[in-house]
Design a protein around this ligand. Structure first.
Ligand code: NAD
Ligand code: 3PG
Length: 598
C-alpha cells in the first residue's frame, strides 16, 4: 500500500488572498456518487503573475519620471528616486527593489537581474524602445517587462517633423551663425518640402503619424514596413514599397523602426550607395539603425546632403564625434519623447502598468509575456485555476516526484481552435508541475523557458466537441508519460498518469483520475483511496478524519462496477496528521491511497 502522508516537497507556495468568492459545488457526474458536505468558506484570488509580497513593495525610479506617475506609484509602494546611478550602484540597489522604472538612459543588463536575487519582479520602461533592457535575462529570471508604448508617439512624430523642416531650412546652423554675429543669407538657402518624396522606414505608431503630417506639408509619402497592413497605409494615402524602392526614390528618408538584429546598421555603405545623390536623412528611432561611420562618409561624399539626428549609437555621443560635429548634421540629445505632455502621459502609463503588475494582474503592455485581452481573461479565469491545480496534482502522483519529461495536455472544447488561446493555461500547468518539486518560482513570464530548461516536453492537443461553445472549455486533461505512480489507479489504459478536470459553477473540479470518474472540488487538499466498493467506506474514512478534527469538504466515489474496485476522492480543508493517514491506510478494504496538497 502506498503511503502518502508526505511531504514538504509538495507544499504549495502561498497565493495572495482576497476577492473572487467561490460557490459550493453540488454536482455529480456519470458513474460518480457525489456527497456534498458542509465546508468552510474560502476566498482566494487567482493572480496570473503571483508576486507574493507581504510588505509594501519598493519601486526604484532610475530616471526622471513625471509627477502624476510618481504619485500613482507612491500611493501603492515605497518609491526610491535615484537618478544617474552607475551600473555598479544599480546592481547594489536592485536587491532591495521589487520594480525598476527606467527610460532609455539606463542599461538593464543581465547583471542587474542576477544581482536582484530574485526580488525584481517588474521592469517598467517609461517609453517605447526596450533595446536597453536584456529581455532574455528578464524572462529567464521571471521578471516581467512592461513599456509605455503609446504616450510619446505624437511627441516623437512632431520631433521628426521638426527635424525634417529645421534641416530643410538650415534652422540650427543659421541660428548658430546669427548668434555668432554673422548675417549669412546666401549660405543658408534651403530646400522645399512640397512635392518631394519622403520614405518612412517603419510604418508603426510614430512612422504613420509622421506620414500623416508630411502629407499635410504637401509631400509625396511612401513607406517601407514588412509587417504593416497595406490598408492602414492606403487609408492615409501612403504607398507601401520595398526597401530598395523606398531608399532609391526618396528625397528624404525618415527612420521609424525598432533597433533589432535585422535593423541594426540597416543604413550602411551599400545602401547609401543606392540612394539618390543629395538625399536627406532623419532619425528619431535608434542610433544603431544607421552605420554612423558610413553616414559620415556619405555626407562627405555628398551622397547624403544633410542628416537630422535625435538618436546615436552611443548616448551621449563622444564630444569629438565626427557625425555630430558635421556641418550638415542637425543634432538633438534624444528629445523625441521630451514634451511636457508626453512625459506626463508616459509616467502615468508606466506607473499604472507597474502597479498592476505588482498586484499580479496581467499587463496590457507586457513585452515578454503573452498579452491576453481582459474579456478573454475573465472567461479563462476559472480554467487558469484548474490548469495549475491539475499540474500540481499530476506531478504529486509521480513516484519520487521526479523523472517527469513528457507531458500531454488535452483541451476539450466546442470552440474552434483559433478561438482558444492556451498560452496562459499551458503556463499555469507548467507552474503546477514545477513548483511542487523545486524551489523555482514559475510565472507566465518564465513558464516556457523554465519548462525547456528542465527538459519538460509539453505537447498540447485540442479535441473539438459537439455542442454549444458558450464556455471556452469543457475539460482539461494532463497526462504524464513514462513515469511510475505513487497511486497506481491514476495510470490510464495507455500507461500514463492521467488527471482530468472541469469547471462547475465557476469552481474547478477533479473529474477523472486514471480510468476512474470522480468529482471533487479542487481546494484544500485531497485524499485519493482505491478500495473494494462496499457499504460504509465513506463513513469509516469520514469518522477517522473527524476524530483528528479535519473538516471534509467533499467526497466522491468513482467505481468500475458495483462491489468492484472504486476510487474515493476526499476533499479536506486541512492536512490530516500522519497518524490519521496511517489509520485510513489500515482500513482493510483500502488497497492504496495518496494524500495530495493543492
Ligand atoms: N527619439 C525618441 O525619443 C523616440 C520616441 C518614441 C519612439 N522612438 C523610437 O521610434 C521607433 C518606432 O517607435 P513606434 O512607437 O512607432 O514603434 P512601433 O512598434 O509602433 O513601430 C515600429 C514599426 O517598425 C516596423 N519594422 C520592424 N522591422 C522593420 C524593418 N526591418 N523595416 C521596416 N520596418 C520595420 C514594425 O513593423 C513596426 O510597424 C522605436 O525605435 C522607438 O524606440 C524614439
Ligand atoms: O523609445 C522611446 O520611447 C524613446 O526613445 C524615448 O526615450 P526616453 O524615454 O529616454 O526619452
Amino acid at each position: 500500500m502506498a503511503d502518502s502522508a508526505s511531504s514538504s516537497l509538495f507544499t504549495a507556495p502561498s497565493l495572495n488572498k482576497s476577492s473572487l468568492s467561490w460557490t459550493v459545488p453540488l454536482s455529480s457526474a456519470f458513474g460518480v456518487t457525489a456527497v456534498s458536505l458542509p465546508r468552510r468558506s474560502n476566498r482566494r484570488q487567482q493572480r496570473f503573475l503571483v508576486f507574493a509580497m507581504d510588505a509594501k513593495p519598493t519601486v526604484l525610479v532610475a530616471e526622471k519620471l513625471g509627477e502624476a506617475g510618481l504619485k500613482l506609484l507612491k500611493d501603492f509602494a515605497n518609491v526610491d528616486c535615484s537618478y544617474n546611478l552607475s551600473p555598479e550602484e544599480l546592481c547594489t540597489k536592485i536587491s532591495l527593489c521589487d520594480a525598476l522604472i527606467v527610460r532609455s538612459g539606463t542599461k538593464v543588463s543581465r547583471e542587474v537581474f542576477e544581482s536582484s536575487g530574485g526580488r525584481l519582479k517588474v521592469v517598467g520602461r517609461a517609453g517605447v524602445g526596450i533595446d536597453n533592457v536584456d529581455l532574455a535575462a528578464a524572462t529567464e529570471h521571471g521578471c516581467l517587462v512592461v513599456n509605455a508604448p503609446t504616450a510619446n508617439t505624437v511627441a516623437a512624430a512632431e520631433h521628426g517633423i521638426a527635424l525634417l523642416t529645421a534641416m530643410a531650412r538650415n534652422i540650427a546652423q543659421a541660428d548658430a551663425s546669427i548668434k555668432s554675429g554673422k548675417w549669412q543669407r546666401n549660405k543658408y538657402v534651403g530646400v522645399s518640402l512640397v512635392g518631394k518624396t519622403l520614405a518612412v522606414m517603419g510604418f508603426g505608431k510614430v512612422g504613420s503619424e509622421v506620414a500623416r503630417r508630411a502629407k499635410g506639408l504637401g509631400m509625396h509619402v511612401i513607406a517601407h514596413d514588412p509587417y504593416a497592413p497595406a490598408d492602414r497605409a492606403r487609408a492615409i494615402g501612403v504607398d507601401l514599397v520595398s526597401f530598395d524602392e523606398a531608399i532609391a526614390t526618396a528625397d528624404f528618408v525618415s527612420l521609424h523602426m525598432p533597433l533589432t538584429p535585422s535593423t541594426s546598421k540597416i543604413l550602411n555603405d551599400e545602401n547609401f550607395a543606392k540612394m539618390k545623390k543629395g538625399v536627406r536623412i532623419v532619425n528619431v528611432a535608434r542610433g544603431g539603425v544607421i552605420d554612423e561611420e558610413a553616414l559620415v562618409k556619405a555626407l562627405d561624399a555628398g551622397i547624403v546632403a544633410q542628416a537630422a539626428l535625435d538618436v546615436f549609437m552611443v548616448e551621449p555621443p563622444p564630444q569629438d564625434s565626427k557625425l555630430v560635429q558635421h556641418e550638415n548634421v542637425t543634432a538633438t540629445p534624444h528629445l523625441g519623447a521630451s514634451t511636457m505632455e508626453a512625459q506626463e502621459g508616459v509616467a502615468i502609463e508606466i506607473a499604472e502598468a507597474v502597479v498592476g503588475a505588482l498586484k499580479g494582474e496581467l499587463a496590457a503592455t507586457a513585452v515578454n509575456a503573452p498579452m491576453v485581452p481582459a474579456e478573454v481573461l475573465t472567461e479563462l479565469k476559472p480554467f487558469v485555476v484548474l490548469a495549475e491545480k491539475l499540474g500540481r496534482l499530476a506531478v504529486q502522483l509521480v513516484a519520487g516526484g521526479s523523472g517527469v519529461k513528457s507531458i500531454k495536455v488535452t483541451y476539450g472544447s466546442a470552440r474552434a481552435p483559433d478561438d482558444l488561446d492556451t498560452r496562459l493555461l499551458r503556463a499555469m500547468i507548467t507552474k503546477g508541475l514545477i513548483e511542487p518539486i523545486s524551489c523555482v518560482f514559475v510565472n507566465l513570464v518564465n513558464a516556457d523557458f523554465t519548462a525547456k530548461q528542465r527538459g519538460l516536453r509539453i505537447s498540447e492537443e485540442r479535441i473539438l466537441l459537439d455542442g454549444s461553445p458558450e464556455s471556452p472549455l469543457e475539460f482539461i486533461q494532463v497526462q504524464i508519460a513514462n513515469v511510475e505512480s505513487r497511486f497506481a489507479s491514476s495510470i490510464s489504459e495507455l500507461g500514463e498518469i492521467k488527471v482530468e478536470g472541469r469547471v462547475k459553477d465557476g469552481v474547478p473540479h477533479l473529474t477523472k483520475v486514471g480510468s476512474f470518474d470522480v468529482d471533487v472540488s479542487l481546494e484544500g487538499s485531497i485524499i485519493l483511496c482505491r478500495q473494494v466498493d462496499q457499504p460504509g467506506m465513506i463513513g469509516k474514512v469520514g469518522s477517522i478524519l473527524g476524530e483528528d478534527g479535519v473538516n471534509v469538504s467533499f467526497m466522491s466515489v468513482g467505481r468500475i462496477a458495483p462491489r468492484n474496485q472504486a476510487v474515493m476522492a476526499i476533499g479536506v480543508d486541512d492536512p490530516p496528521s500522519k497518524e490519521t493517514l496511517k489509520k485510513i491506510g489500515e482500513i482493510p478494504a483500502i488497497e492504496e491511497f495518496v494524500f495530495l496538497k493543492l
